[in-house]
Design a protein around this ligand. Structure first.
Ligand code: ADP
Length: 463
């Protein structure tokens, strides 16, 4: 016991105030977790978010810069200064923004604060999709066929790699994210143009022209595994999620568990993820993303942060993932073992976006009327209220509607009911589209692949 607490004090960092370097629904979610753990909170905002409701509930609230994210939520110096001024001992980066920025994690630690996330070196290894693939292969995790090295410049070598993998292939930016920086190549004569375009995009969007190539799987599902690790060599996986409902490689609806995957198929994959975490000395929460096709799993990337869809796993596992993440950063020993982890019932999450339900163009403006659903098994994570002004500067996510019920069919019925009870006026949202999707027969059956939603949208447009 004594050894554990000594170890805990040495490896962990004690803090009582957390600066939340984010905005929107996740700022609210993290603030709640902090308060429940007895921690004080510091909220930050850009000029566009001065009226944000989470500013009023935080212990301190500082405006750190202009509306453009580059000058506020991505401004590392301003965030560190705010932490110093407000007396924060730790920084929670949320998702997006600086959450997977190794240099920021390093700067936070160098400033004598705790970064609530993995070490800078874990972020750097897993943030580069090529080195992540290499690390996973070494840990025995199955990967999508293709080399775990960056594409060279010589056209002939590139052609040979594509032939070895077999068309169709996908070209991906090593530093890519958010569904951007990838291009499918169906046949050889389109290869070089696809590489030139993706390289340019990667250079501009991610600051690195490094690309890699892998097999383009034609009908996979996107299945991911949530892990949580402490600083003392303990790691568990909290079950799996299906995030195949995507538009432009971006998730729209997520569920836990993934339907129709037998425990003996997923179990070894979960254990391999845990092994990989122990091997790289991972700390905190993370997600291993896989494509699943014809009964086989292929690793695509790891997200070294809290994910938008974490609530579906919270509802099925009963674990408060944000609290567990903060406790791990405090140096606490994980208070659950793999044997304690269960999966109860079924959960769905809908991402409610401020966007046109037909064109998907962002819709900014004032929310003139808001009605949110409530009742057994319904959870809404949001930062908006009637009168809230949706700003054009940031991601269009305005709320997450999450439901939990004993079975998948019951959870779908509950989501239909929850969506029927959700009213947002003054701006356009994707709610009409989500309502229609939850009435779709194939989705109700389960096990649809990553292309299903785009095909469904095409058919709807044609009708
Ligand atoms: P990001 O970091 O931008 O989210 P990912 O590597 O996680 O990128 O891929 C996002 C999505 O792109 C996946 O969920 C899947 O739909 C699609 N995708 C990625 N790699 C492949 C592949 N090899 N074959 C088919 N689809 C892929």
């Amino acid at each position: 016991m004594l050894e554990t607490s000594e170890h805990s004090a040495a490896a962990g960092h004690r803090f009582d105030t957390v600066l939340i370097a984010n905005r929107g629904e996740i700022a609210v979610r993290i603030q709640r977790a902090c308060r429940e753990l007895g921690l004080k909170t510091v909220a930050i905002c850009s000029e566009a978010d001065r009226e944000a409701p989470y500013g009023k509930t935080a212990d301190s609230f500082l405006c750190i810069g202009p509306s453009t994210a580059a000058k506020s939520y991505l401004n590392q110096d301003a965030i560190l200064l705010a932490a110093r001024l407000a007396g924060a001992g730790a920084i929670h980066p949320g998702y997006g923004f600086l959450s997977e920025n190794a240099a920021f994690a390093d700067a936070v630690e160098k400033a004598g604060l705790t970064f609530i996330g993995p070490t800078a070196s874990s972020i750097a290894t897993m943030g580069d999709k090529i080195s992540a693939k290499r690390a996973m292969k070494m840990a025995g995790v199955p990967c999508v066929p293709g080399p775990d090295t960056a594409l060279p410049d010589e056209p002939a070598t590139i052609e040979r790699i594509a032939l070895e993998i077999g068309y169709p292939v996908i070209i991906k930016a090593a530093g890519g994210g958010g569904g951007r920086g990838m291009r499918v190549v169906p046949k050889a004569d389109l290869l070089h143009e696809a590489i030139a375009l993706t390289r340019e995009e990667a250079r501009k969007a991610f600051g690195s022209p490094s690309l890699y190539m892998e097999k383009f799987l034609e009908h996979p599902r996107h299945i991911e595994i949530q892990v949580i690790c402490d600083d003392h060599g303990n790691a568990v996986w909290l079950g799996h999620r299906d995030c195949s409902m995507q538009r432009r490689h971006q998730k729209v609806v997520e569920e836990a568990p993934a339907a129709g995957i037998a425990p003996d198929i997923i179990q070894p994959v979960g254990l391999a993820c845990v092994q990989a975490c122990l091997q790289i000395g991972y700390r905190g929460v993370g997600t291993f993303e896989f494509l699943y096709e014809d009964g086989a799993f292929y690793f695509i990337e790891m997200n070294t942060r809290l994910q938008v869809e974490h609530p579906v796993t919270e509802l099925t596992s009963g674990v408060d993932i944000v609290q567990a993440q903060i406790r791990a950063a405090q140096g606490h020993v994980l208070d659950l073992t793999q044997g304690d982890v269960t999966c109860e019932g079924h959960a769905f999450e809908c991402r409610i976006n401020a966007e046109d339900p037909e064109t998907f163009l962002p819709s900014a403006g004032v929310v003139t009327h808001l009605a949110l659903p409530a009742g057994p098994g319904i959870r809404v994570d949001t930062h908006i209220h009637a009168g809230y002004k949706v700003s054009p500067y940031y991601d269009s996510l305005i709320a997450k509607l999450i439901v939990h019920a004993p079975t998948r069919a019951e959870a779908m019925a509950r989501m239909r009911e929850a969506l029927a009870g959700t009213e947002v006026e003054g701006i356009s949202t994707n709610i009409p589209f989500l309502r229609a999707l939850f009435k779709d027969g194939a989705f109700a059956q389960g096990e649809t692949d990553i292309h299903y939603l785009e095909q469904w949208l095409k058919l709807r447009r044609a009708a």
